[in-house]
Ligand binder design. Structure first.
Ligand SMILES: Nc1ncnc2c1ncn2[C@@H]1O[C@H](COP(=O)(O)OP(=O)(O)OP(=O)(O)O)[C@@H](O)[C@H]1O
Length: 627
């Protein structure tokens, strides 16, 4: 008889535990993906070498680095934790009521005793519901605001880096860092922290409640808790490597997609669609392998935890049945005890899972830390100051030497020239001689290795970079336009410019007529990088933008590139208007459109030493501007 009731109890307890086991929250808002080993795999498609693996940083260092971003959100973080704790406390009390109902109502078959605890239970459920909502929503607000703030900050930092940083990286990889990796940090610092505190406090609550009912029985079952934690520790180390591998293959895949799609006209013109599809397939396969290995680890973790949980359950049922038979425990007491454990183990298990999520998040954090550690090739001096409020536009290169950081041979060796205010200097020479490098040095994208560059007699390193760049307009070889409207692109030269000024600049640039003929006039979208326009039209928009900017120094880097002769001739007039009254450095290897008499700086790669020699000829007479 006793054996039958013990068996019934056991199955009841089992059912209770199954039913009352709380739903486990998603471990991560991102899909978690893991892999055990991390070396660049032979499956990596070509181009993988352009990606680097971020060095591992300790989780504590990552946390300390990003914790300040929670500033102003910490109160909400505390509220979320408090609400989650309140919800857990309500659950503890509800389980107690359940035990009470079992003993007082079900065992004694006394319906009269049912109503008071039932109402109390209902009240607790309502409070727990509100608290859960507040906790979850509060955590979401903290997480999202944290993400926004961190992304803004990382993006701002990226914009302080000089163009060489971007030239040495793949855009898809940077995009992945600004999206997925930043989310990973959020899981480490904001939602991860909330989950950790909540799980810890829930574990303490349910453990205390179980001890309250039967401390000796509780101690027996707690003995298995360290097994959970040990298991999580073993898994966590593998997860970190797996996540790093996944981050890497994700970035590789993003880069492949970004490059293939942004160069579609080239891909199609060269019939390379299949090759690009294969490249993406290989990158996708790498990602697939990474995800499958992660899935293996995740799938192993669940059943392993289940085994430990089942051991605990069997101990409770066995000992509990015996205790009831001995009259030392009521059925309600055993059920409540089992229910507490049913809540306790997921909380403990969640603690273990948080360790895994944090390990995974750390892989994303490593990649963001790497970006944040990057320093611009040039920076403002502490004592950088504004010299004259208006620049005359006198540019001088004094014995300038320059070697690119990734090169050993100098690109410029002892370059000297001077452009007086309003003067035109033509910088010419064969391809690769260093002409565009002159523009990069003047804009301070790099600093000379030796020698000085002066603007109005002051070393440009003594000027704040934004002041220097306000005084120089760069019209690049490749016309860089945004995907907005014609108006947006011209106004980019001077934010806040009115319609009349925009039209005036467009008229002077010879762009007004074709813009007016566009379907929506100035409001016509010009496509990604202005690709809905012709090369000459793009150039004229760029000239209008430069006119609006109205800086005293103008650097024209191969302004006729890609234009046929008639188009180039049509551009000459707007260019002349742009150059009028400005110091102009015209970089070109094509002297056909440059008057013979223009003053020239000729860059020549040296024949014997491989160094670059400078020959400069200054001639008087008509210049392009005056022609
Ligand atoms: N970011 C860079 N990092 C390393 N080397 C570079 C970088 N940019 C240019 N170089 C090298 O510096 C040299 C000069 O390049 P630059 O672009 O100044 O030549 P250029 O005279 O303007 O050529 P072109 O007329 O073909 O545009 C080249 O050998 C080039 O490979």
């Amino acid at each position: 008889m006793q054996a039958t009731s013990a068996a019934a109890l056991a199955s009841l307890a089992q059912a209770l535990v199954v039913v009352s086991t709380p739903a486990r929250p998603d471990r991560s808002r991102r899909v978690t993906r893991r892999l055990p080993s991390f070396t660049r795999s032979p499956e990596d498609p070509p181009g993988a070498h352009a990606l680097s693996v971020a060095p591992f940083v300790s989780i504590r260092t990552s946390f300390r680095r990003f914790w300040p971003y929670t500033h102003g959100l910490r109160w909400l973080l505390a509220v979320s934790v408090a609400a989650a704790i309140l919800a857990a406390a309500c659950e503890v009390a509800a389980i107690r009521l359940f035990g009470l109902i079992t003993d007082e109502v079900l065992s004694r078959q006394d319906l009269g005793a049912f109503w008071t605890p039932a109402l109390a239970w209902l009240g607790l459920a309502a409070v727990a519901g509100v608290a859960s909502f507040a906790g979850a929503y509060g955590a979401a607000v903290v997480g999202e605001r944290f993400l926004l703030r961190l992304r803004d900050n990382v993006f701002e930092h990226l914009q302080t880096l000089t163009p060489d940083f971007f030239e040495n990286r793949r855009l898809g990889d940077l995009m992945a860092r600004l999206t997925d990796d930043i989310e990973a940090i959020e899981e480490l610092v904001a939602s991860g922290l909330i989950r950790l505190i909540t799980a810890l406090i829930s574990a303490v609550f349910f453990a205390a409640a179980a001890i309250y009912i039967r401390w000796d029985l509780a101690l027996v079952t707690f003995a298995l808790v360290p097994a959970f934690l040990l298991m999580a520790k073993v898994f966590a180390a593998r997860f970190r490597h797996a996540a790093a591998r996944e981050r890497y293959s994700n970035a590789l895949m993003n880069s492949t997609i970004e490059e293939a799609l942004s160069n579609q006209s080239l891909v199609q013109a060269y019939n390379r669609q299949d090759a690009e599809a294969r490249r993406l397939h290989e990158a996708g396969r790498g990602w697939l392998l990474a995800n499958l290995s992660q899935a293996r680890l995740s799938s192993l973790y669940g059943p392993a935890a289940q085994v430990i949980e089942t051991c605990c359950l069997l101990v409770i049922i066995g000992v509990g049945a015996w205790e009831i038979a001995e009259g030392r425990l009521t059925i309600g007491g055993l059920l409540a005890f089992a229910a507490y454990l049913a809540y306790l183990y997921p909380a403990v298990q969640q603690l273990g899972e948080i360790a895994l999520t944090v390990s995974e998040a750390a892989a994303g954090s490593d990649r963001i830390m790497e970006v944040l550690r990057a320093r611009p090739a040039v920076s403002d001096r502490r004592d950088a100051h504004l010299i004259a409020p208006r620049s005359r536009g006198h540019v001088e290169f004094l014995d300038v030497y320059f070697t690119y950081p990734t090169r050993t041979r100098p690109t410029l060796s002892g370059l000297s020239f001077s452009a007086l205010p309003g003067e035109l200097i033509v910088c010419t020479g064969p391809s690769g001689a260093g002409k565009s490098t002159v523009a990069k040095l003047l804009m301070r994208f790099y600093d000379p290795t030796a020698g000085r560059i002066l603007l109005d007699g002051e070393d440009i390193r003594d000027l704040p970079r934004h002041v220097l760049r306000d005084r120089i307009t760069l019209l690049q070889q490749e016309n860089l336009l945004f995907s907005g409207t014609a108006r947006d692109n011209i106004a980019y030269g001077r934010p806040g410019a009115g319609q009349a000024e925009i039209v005036e600049a467009a008229v002077a640039a010879g762009a007004h007529d074709f813009i007016r003929a566009l379907p929506l006039g100035y409001d016509t979208p010009i496509g990604q990088r202005g690709r809905l326009l012709s090369g000459g039209q793009r150039q004229r928009i760029a000239i209008a933008r430069a006119l609006l900017r109205d800086a005293p120094v103008l650097v024209l880097d191969e302004p006729m590139t890609g234009l046929d002769e008639p188009t180039a001739l049509r551009i000459m007039e707007p260019l002349r208007r742009l150059m009028a009254g400005r110091t102009t450095i015209l970089i070109t290897h094509d002297l056909r459109l440059v008057p013979q008499a223009a003053e020239k700086v000729v860059l020549e790669p040296g024949r014997d030493s491989g160094r670059i020699r400078l020959r400069m000829s200054r001639r008087q007479g008509a210049t392009l501007r005056g022609a």
